[in-house]
Structure formats: structure tokens, C-alpha cells
Ligand binder design. Structure first.
Ligand SMILES: NC(=O)c1ccc[n+]([C@@H]2O[C@H](COP(=O)([O-])OP(=O)(O)OC[C@H]3O[C@@H](n4cnc5c(N)ncnc54)[C@H](OP(=O)(O)O)[C@@H]3O)[C@@H](O)[C@H]2O)c1
Length: 417
């Protein structure tokens, strides 16, 4: 996929682009809605979705005069209906309503539901030929080959929203990537970049949620702390940019100014830079192939940034990155298993059931057990992916018992750097 590579199915000149936002109440949803609110002459809203937050969803639906609002949680359906009564806005509840939101007649669907739950609604958008602005990286991790085959089959335009992938997209200057030697994604290093293994072992939920540069949802914030996020992004880049696994790498760049670098065969390196603000890649995905005038986004001042530093990621202190690279090489159902296990383990950490290192331990143990339990099952349809995901979640839940337990209050109170 390159920036010149695909036709776009947008409205003709002069008309507003019709946008749907899946996961409208989340962090990417907030940034997307901010840009939509600032550009009422360019965008109109078709469908919005949430999981449980009926109040915020209803208020956004009214603000943007959406035609459809969908809430995944059946129990929150009645509240949403009450809140939208008399507005003329159609609403729906349950997983199928969110899938329906993805399929509604929009020009661009922002796919920003977190986790595996985003797969079916994003596929629904893709199968209707909507342009998909893809924030939900888990889609490509758990169903990469199938997802990209479907994209091909329906001729859908896929625009990356992850800042690193948006950076690669902008740095690729050729259709077929023939002269691309390697792609390097940058990682902030997360809150534990300078912590020792022992300090990391005693990390509390509060520590892990303190991301140095980005304000994000809880799951991706924990993934950034374990560096699993970078591993998921390497898998995402593998599918998006059709390079070999050994052409992809990550470098730690604590300032999060350079988002990715594309190395060419003649020694040239093209990188993309901006201040860490997700509204920049989101703006590109909404306006592409044009650009928005986003005056509220701070401009990069290199003199003010002072120093840009880079270091190798440490896969000993952060084994999740190693695990993700390994499953990319193994292929088959292992990325689907890794994704499911990681979602279960991150939730257990957030619920203080397991320690921070327990996340990677549970993922590794699940991969070991699933190797025989799911041998030969390929994630080649939505049903097969769902089966692997459910089975891997069961295995992961039992693996939690042998992962290191959450730190005690006394351990957590030990002095930190
Ligand atoms: N945040 C970032 O800066 C960033 C950057 C790059 C990529 N991404 C990716 O973008 C995606 C969203 O991240 P986020 O940080 O915006 O997450 P978030 O703040 O946690 O928001 C998640 C959104 O998904 C909805 N949701 C959660 N579970 C759902 C379910 N089972 N069914 C339907 N909807 C569900 C939530 O609804 P409720 O509000 O009702 O719970 C919310 O609207 C993730 O895949 C992440 O990796 C995020």
C-alpha cells in the first residue's frame, strides 16, 4: 500500500464527506470528533458507535446530527433509546447494531473500537467498499491475511491511522515498494524505559498507565508499557505494506517526534515527523488524498525539541516485543492467539489479578499450550478467527493462574527511580 496506490471512493467536489466513527466515545473517537466539529463544511456524520457509554454516544449523535447510533452493550440500549427519543436519530443495541453502523453508507469509516471486538464491524465497512481509516490494529494482528484478502476482494481503500503507519504511508514514494530495504517504526519506550527488571516487576497499574507522551485508552497504554504495542504494530505494518518480516524493525525514540523511517536501496531514508498528537494522522485519514487545515495542532519546532535520541529496544526487560516478532515469523494462528491472550492478560493486570511481567508470562504460556490445542487451525474466515480467539481466551484465562500475581502494597511501595 502506498500513498499513490489506490483510487478513493469519495464524494464529488463541493459535497461533504460522510463519516462514520466506530468507537466514537474513545480516545481516537475524541480526536476524530474534534476534527469533525472543527470542519462542519467538509464532513457530515452518518453513524456513531460505543460499547457502554450511552450518555456520551447520545450527546455526540445529537451534536453531529448523526443518522444512526449503535451501542454494543444490550443493557445500555434502553438508556440510549430514552436519551435519543424525539431526536429522529435511529438507534440500535447489541453487537449486530455495531456491525450495522460499520456497514452504513459512509465515505470513510473510522475504525477505532479497541481490540478484537472491532474486527466484525470493520470487516462490515470493508465489505461495503467504504474507505476504512484503520486505528484498530488488532484487526490486522488477529486476522491479517484474511482481512487483507477481503480488502483486495472488495477493492476497499485502507488508510492507516496509527501514527507510525501513517508515517510510513507518507514516506513511501513508489507503488510496489521494490526499492524499500527496510521500515523502522519508532517507540516511545513507555513509562518503564529506564526502569530495571526488578523495578518493572513491582510496577503498579498506576505506573503503567502514566504514558510519557500520549493520552490513550487503557489497553493501548498498557500495551505501550510492555512494548507489545510495538510488536502489534510490526505485525500491522507487515500486512499493510507487504514487506518481509525481516524488513521490519523498531527503535526507541523517547521524544515521539519521528514516527517511522523508510530505508531505500540507495541509502536514502525518508522519515515523517510531527508533534505527538493523534489528530495529525487522523486528519490525513479523513481528508486523504487532500489535507485538512488543522490550526489547533501544535507545530513542530525542532529548535524547541532540542534533542532527538534513539536506542535499541530491550527485549529482555520487554519480552512482549520478542513474542510478537516470533509469532509474525511463525504465522498460522499464532498472531490470533497472541492477540487474544494479550487482551485477557492486560485486563487481568488492570483488575490487579496479575503483575506487570505476568502479562507476557501469560501470553507466552498461552502460545505454548495453543500450539497443540489449535494445531492446524487457520484464521482464514471470520468464523475461524472467532473460534481461535475464543479458544485462546480460555487457555489464557487458565494461564493467568501461573502468571506472577499482582504486587502487594508493600512491594509497590518500594523506592523507585
Ligand atoms: N489512543 C491512541 O492514541 C491510539 C493510537 C493508535 C492506535 N490506536 C488504536 O485505536 C483503537 C482505539 O484506541 P483508543 O485508545 O481510542 O481506545 P479507548 O479510548 O479505550 O476507546 C475504545 C472505544 O471502543 C469502544 N469499545 C470498547 N469495547 C467495545 C466492544 N466490545 N464493542 C464495541 N465497542 C467497544 C469504546 O466504547 P465505550 O466508551 O462505550 O467503552 C470506545 O468507544 C485501539 O485499537 C488502539 O490500539 C489508538
Amino acid at each position: 500500500m502506498t500513498k499513490n496506490g489506490q483510487a478513493h471512493g469519495l464524494n464529488g467536489a463541493g459535497s461533504r464527506k460522510r463519516i462514520s466513527v466506530l468507537g466514537a466515545t474513545g480516545t481516537i473517537g475524541d480526536s476524530t470528533c474534534d476534527l469533525l466539529a472543527q470542519n462542519p463544511d467538509r464532513f457530515e456524520v452518518v453513524a456513531l458507535s460505543a460499547n457502554r457509554n450511552a450518555k456520551k454516544l447520545a450527546s455526540l449523535a445529537v451534536q453531529f446530527k448523526a443518522s444512526f447510533a449503535a451501542i454494543a452493550d444490550e443493557g445500555a440500549g434502553a438508556e440510549l433509546r430514552d436519551l435519543l427519543a424525539g431526536t429522529g436519530i435511529e438507534c440500535g443495541a447489541g453487537k449486530s447494531a455495531v456491525v450495522d453502523a460499520g456497514a452504513r453508507d459512509a465515505d470513510v469509516v473510522m475504525a477505532s473500537i479497541v481490540g478484537y471486538a472491532g474486527l466484525a464491524p470493520t470487516l462490515a465497512a470493508l465489505k461495503q467498499g467504504r474507505t476504512v481509516a484503520l486505528a484498530n490494529k488488532e484487526c490486522l494482528v488477529c486476522a491479517g491475511v484474511y482481512f487483507m484478502n477481503e480488502r483486495e476482494r472488495y477493492g476497499t481503500t485502507l488508510l492507516p491511522v496509527d501514527s507510525e503507519h501513517s508515517a510510513v504511508f507518507q514516506s513511501l514514494d513508489e507503488q510496489d515498494g521494490r526499492h524499500v530495504e527496510k521500515i523502522v517504526l519508532t517507540a516511545s519506550g513507555g513509562p518503564f524505559r529506564t526502569w530495571t527488571k526488578e523495578q518493572i516487576a513491582a510496577a503498579r497499574v498506576e505506573d503503567a498507565l502514566k504514558h510519557p507522551n500520549w493520552t490513550m485508552g487503557q489497553k493501548i497504554t498498557i500495551d505501550s508499557a510492555t512494548l507489545m504495542n510495538k510488536g502489534l504494530e510490526i505485525i500491522e505494518a507487515f500486512h499493510l505494506f507487504k514487506v518481509r518480516a525481516d524488513q521490519l524493525d523498531a527503535v526507541v525514540h523517547p521524544q515521539s517526534i519521528i514516527h517511522a523511517l523508510v530505508y531505500y536501496t540507495d541509502g536514502s531514508v525518508i522519515a515523517q515527523a510531527s508533534v505527538p498528537d493523534m489528530r495529525t494522522p487522523i486528519a490525513l485519514s479523513l481528508a486523504w488524498p487532500e489535507r485538512l487545515k488543522a490550526e489547533s495542532i501544535k507545530r513542530l519546532d525542532l529548535a524547541e525539541s532540542a534533542t532527538l535520541t534513539f536506542e535499541k529496544p530491550d527485549e529482555v526487560r520487554f519480552p512482549a516485543l520478542r513474542l510478537a516478532k516470533e509469532v509474525l515469523k511463525s504465522g498460522g494462528n499464532t498472531p490470533t492467539v497472541l492477540n487474544a491472550a494479550n487482551e485477557v492478560a492486560v485486563e487481568a493486570f488492570l483488575n490487579r489479578q496479575i503483575s506487570f511481567p505476568g502479562i507476557s508470562e501469560a501470553v507466552e504460556r498461552t502460545l505454548d499450550k495453543a500450539a497443540s490445542a489449535l494445531a492446524g487451525v487457520l484464521p482464514d474466515s471470520l468464523e475461524a478467527v472467532t473460534h481461535i480467539d475464543e479458544r485462546a481466551r480460555d487457555i489464557a484465562r487458565s494461564a493467568l493462574c501461573s502468571a506472577r500475581p499482582a504486587v502487594t502494597v508493600a512491594e509497590a511501595a518500594a523506592p523507585r527511580i
